[in-house]
Design a protein around this ligand. Structure first.
Ligand SMILES: [Zn+2]
Length: 95
C-alpha cells in the first residue's frame, strides 16, 4: 500500500497547471500565460500583467483546473475547518 501511495503523490506534487488570461487594463489586453503549482492555484486571486505590470483580479474556475478542482475545493474547505477548530480551542482556553 505504501508503495502505491508514493507513486501517486510524487508526480502530483510537481504538477503545474497553465492558464491563459487577458489583462483587464484598458488599452493593454495582453495575453498572459500563467503557470501555477497546486499551492499557487489554491491561493490564486489574480495576476500582474507581463506587459503593463498592472494587476488583474481573477479567480480560477473549474474549467481551468478540471483535474484538481475537487481536490482544491476539498483542501480549501479543510483549511477553514482546521482554522475554525484552532480558534475554537483558543477561545476555550480563555474560559
Ligand atoms: Zn496589461
Amino acid at each position: 500500500m505504501d508503495d502505491l501511495r508514493r507513486r501517486i503523490l510524487i508526480p502530483r506534487a510537481m504538477l503545474l497547471i497553465e492558464i491563459e488570461r487577458r489583462c483587464a487594463a484598458a488599452g493593454c489586453c495582453a495575453r498572459n500565460r500563467l503557470g501555477l503549482t497546486k499551492q499557487e492555484a489554491r491561493e490564486y486571486h489574480g495576476f500582474a500583467c507581463a506587459k503593463c505590470e498592472r494587476w488583474t483580479e481573477d479567480v480560477l474556475i473549474k474549467r481551468d483546473v478540471p483535474e484538481w478542482w475537487e481536490e482544491l475545493m476539498v483542501t480549501t474547505l479543510g483549511d477553514k475547518v482546521l482554522r475554525a477548530q484552532i480558534i475554537g480551542e483558543e477561545e476555550g482556553d480563555r474560559r
